[in-house]
Design a protein around this ligand. Structure first.
Ligand code: 5RP
Length: 231
């Protein structure tokens, strides 16, 4: 499958939900980059679009496309957030964070009136978990937090998960916010919401890449077109 074409088609379909004057949540990654590229054409045609980017890279792309970058205040309304995913299951639960922007992506998706996920069709899976679950943690005493994650995973039935600090021990922070990411190879996640709650309850854990019951719609593309799934 031509994944780039699939991403492009999904992004084009998502762009049909964008209206002149909207304030957008802008996701991170190669699929989100296609979406921002399509916004460039709308803006060149006279539209005004504002956006909250979820990473420094997305900010750079959005500025180049002509999106007016805003710093949200408490009254900010995000009309629509559009973002990619690493995996999406039939209930539109997601694994995200392959690009390291999961915290900002979750903040923006949760604040948006509508959240649309875009991906090539290979990201649509029967069960989450083949893609290692990113867990964002504070850099302070990170090995202690990894130990707590390992315990919590054991309680949830993951006896010997492979946990990898992204970038390796002593590496620089993995996120724009200065945090570390632990990638958890779990194989199959049967209860994503419960696992998310358990991991987020641990001191030192900032967020997980499990986005449960957040997406309103997912658009999966391939060379032939798109499939749209609604929550
Ligand atoms: C970044 C993400 C991305 O949306 C996810 O990794 C998918 O990326 P791509 O569109 O490049 O496949 O969650 O943190």
């Amino acid at each position: 499958m031509d994944k780039e074409l699939g991403k492009r088609k999904a992004a084009e379909e998502a762009a049909t939900y964008v209206e002149d004057g909207m304030t957008l949540g802008l996701g991170t990654g190669s699929t989100a980059a296609h979406f921002i590229d399509i916004l460039r054409d709308r803006i060149a045609g006279g539209w005004v679009l504002r956006g909250v980017p979820t990473s420094e890279e997305t900010k750079r792309l959005a500025v180049a496309a002509g999106v007016e970058i805003i710093a949200p205040d408490e009254t900010t309304v995000l009309d629509l957030a559009v973002d990619g995913a690493d995996e999406a299951d039939p209930n539109l639960n997601l694994v995200k964070g392959g690009g390291g922007a999961l915290l900002r992506e979750k903040i923006v998706a949760a604040a948006a009136k509508r959240f649309i996920v875009i991906a090539d069709k290979t990201k649509r899976v029967a069960h989450l978990g083949a893609f290692p679950l990113p867990v964002e943690i504070d850099a302070f005493a990170w090995p202690l937090t990894v130990a707590r994650i390992r315990e919590a995973l054991a309680i949830h039935g993951f006896a010997a998960p492979g946990l990898t600090l992204r970038g390796g021990p002593g590496a620089r922070a993995a996120t724009d916010g200065g945090n570390y990411i632990v990638d958890c190879a779990l194989g199959r996640i049967d209860a994503p919401a419960a696992l998310n709650d358990a991991l987020c309850a641990l001191p030192g854990v900032i967020e997980t890449g499990l986005f449960c019951a957040m997406a309103d719609m997912a658009i999966f593309g391939d060379e032939t077109g798109v499939t749209v799934e609604r929550a």
